[in-house]
Ligand binder design. Structure first.
Ligand code: PLP
Length: 421
C-alpha cells in the first residue's frame, strides 16, 4: 500500500492500540459536520468526555451539602488536591511528596523564586534562554528588580548559534559554567514552546549544580507530552500548566514540583499562606506558620474544586491509558509520520525547525513555509477546519496529540496544506 495514501493512514489508525481513546474526547466540529483536525493541543487540550461528570459531582455536592462538602462524601474538598497528587507525580517522574496542584503556572514560578532566588552581591544572576516565553522572561526580570538588582547585570540570556533554531546543550552548559558562582538560578523550559525542542534537563541540572546554582523548569509544553524524571534528574523546582497537554480546561489549576531534598526543610524562606500550614493545626487559627513538609507547604489558598475536578478527570484518562510510556510510543510514530508526509508532499517548500532527532522533540512540529505568505495559508487552513497555530514572524506549530489525534488527522492536514501551497 502506498504510504502516502489515505488508506495507509486509516490502516495505521486501525492497528493503533490507543486509537480508541479518541472517542473519549470532544472533538470540535464544523458546520459541515466534519471534525476539526485539531493540532493545537499544545495551546488548549481537548475536553475528556468524563470531565463534565467529574465536575457535575462537585456541583451536586455543593448543592446538597453546602459547607459540609469539605468533610463529607468519599471525595471531601478539604483533601481534594491530594487526590491529584499521585497521578500527577507519575506523569512527571516525581514522588508524591514533591508535587502539588495549585495556582497558575506563572504564579508558581514566582512562588518558587521567592524561595530559591535569594540574591546577594556575589550570587545574583538568573539564566534564561533567548526565546523564553514572555511570561517567563517577565518573571525573571521582575524578580531581579524586586530584589533591587539590575536586569542588565543579573539577567543572563542564552543565545542560539547564528542560523540555528535550537539550543545546544554544550553551549548552555558552557555558559552556566562560565557564569560560575555569580549564577543563582537557571530557569529553562523542558520543551521549548516555539521550536518544540526537548532540552537536556538532566544535563543542564548537573551543570547548574556544579556551580552551586538552582535549576528550575517551566514544563508547560513538557507535562503530558514527553516522559519526565524530575526526581532522578535532580531538578530543584518545576511548574507547569494543566490546560495544554494535560487537557484540564482553560486556565485550570497548575502543577508545581519541589525536590524531596528541599521539601522537608521548614527553614526555607517562602511566601506563606494558611493552606501551606500543617494540616493538624491549621484550624486552630494560630499565626505561627509551620509548613507542611511536602510540596504542599508552598500552598497559599484553599484551591478551586471545580477546576481540580476537571484535572482529576483528565489525570484518570492518563492513568487508564497506562501513563506516559504508551503515549510516547504512539507520539513518536505519529510525529515521524507527520514529518515524513510533510517532506514527501511539500519537499523544500517547508522548513521544519523542530529537531529531527525524536529524542529531542515531543509531539509538536514547527515549520516555516517557503515562498508564500505563511499567515494567509494559516488562515485558509483554519477556515477549512485545520487547527494549527501561528507564531510571528513565520512559524506554524502543529501538535498531533497521541491521546486524541489520528494518523488520518495528520494525513488530512498535510493534504490540505499541499492544495493550499
Ligand atoms: C503556556 C505557557 C505559559 C502560560 O502561563 P500561565 O501562567 O499558565 O498563563 C507560560 N510559560 C510557557 C513556557 C508556556 O508555554
Amino acid at each position: 500500500m502506498n504510504s502516502t495514501s489515505l488508506e495507509f493512514a486509516r490502516q495505521l489508525d486501525t492497528s493503533d492500540p490507543l486509537g480508541k481513546w479518541r472517542s473519549e474526547f470532544w472533538i470540535p466540529e464544523r458546520e459541515n459536520g466534519l471534525p476539526e483536525v485539531y493540532l493545537v493541543g499544545n495551546s488548549l487540550g481537548l475536553q475528556p468526555r468524563r470531565a463534565a461528570e467529574f465536575v457535575q459531582i462537585e456541583l451536586e455536592k455543593w448543592q446538597q451539602l453546602g459547607v459540609r462538602g469539605h468533610f463529607e462524601s468519599d471525595l471531601p474538598w478539604m483533601p481534594y488536591h491530594e487526590f491529584l497528587t499521585q497521578p500527577m507525580a507519575d506523569l512527571v517522574g516525581a514522588q508524591a511528596d514533591e508535587v502539588v496542584m495549585m495556582n497558575g503556572l506563572t504564579v508558581n514560578l514566582h512562588l518558587m523564586l521567592a524561595t530559591f532566588y535569594r540574591p546577594d552581591r556575589k550570587r545574583h544572576k538568573i539564566l534564561i534562554e533567548e526565546h523564553a516565553f514572555p511570561s517567563d522572561y517577565q518573571v525573571a526580570e521582575s524578580q531581579i528588580k524586586h530584589h533591587g538588582f539590575d536586569p542588565a547585570e543579573s539577567l543572563i540570556v542564552a543565545n542560539r548559534a547564528v542560523g540555528q533554531a535550537t539550543l545546544e546543550t554544550d553551549t548552555l552548559c558552557d555558559l552556566i559554567r562560565q557564569q560560575g558562582e555569580s549564577l543563582a538560578v537557571v530557569l529553562l523550559p523542558g520543551v521549548q514552546y516555539y521550536t518544540g525542542q526537548v532540552i537536556d534537563m538532566a544535563g543542564v541540572a548537573e551543570a547548574a549544580h556544579s556551580v552551586g546554582a538552582i535549576v528550575g523548569l517551566d514544563l508547560a509544553h513538557a507535562a503530558g507530552n514527553v516522559p519526565l524524571s524530575l526526581h532522578d534528574w535532580n531538578i530543584d523546582f518545576a511548574a507547569w500548566c494543566s490546560y495544554k497537554y494535560l487537557n484540564s480546561g482553560p486556565g485550570s489549576v497548575a502543577g508545581c514540583f519541589v525536590h524531596r531534598k528541599h521539601v522537608t526543610n521548614p527553614k526555607l524562606p517562602r511566601l506563606a499562606g494558611w493552606w501551606g500550614h500543617d494540616k493538624q493545626t491549621r484550624f486552630e487559627m494560630k499565626n505561627h506558620f509551620q509548613p507542611i513538609p511536602t510540596a504542599e507547604g508552598w500552598q497559599l489558598s484553599n484551591p478551586p474544586i471545580l477546576s481540580m475536578a476537571a484535572v482529576r478527570a483528565s489525570l484518570s484518562v492518563f492513568a487508564d491509558v497506562g501513563g506516559i510510556a504508551p503515549l510516547r510510543e504512539k507520539s513518536l510514530q505519529l510525529t515521524a509520520y507527520f514529518q515524513q508526509l510533510l517532506e514527501q508532499a511539500l519537499g523544500d517548500q517547508v522548513n521544519v525547525i523542530t529537531p529531527t532527532d525524536p529524542e529531542q522533540r515531543g509531539c509538536q512540529l514547527s515549520f516555516q513555509l517557503i515562498g508564500v505568505a505563511g499567515r494567509s495559508i494559516q488562515d485558509q487552513l483554519e477556515s477549512r477546519g485545520m487547527m494549527t497555530d501561528w507564531r510571528e514572524p513565520n512559524v506554524i506549530r502543529a501538535a498531533p496529540v497521541p491521546l486524541y489525534n489520528s494518523f488520518e488527522d495528520v494525513f488530512r492536514f498535510v493534504e490540505t496544506l499541499k492544495v493550499l501551497m
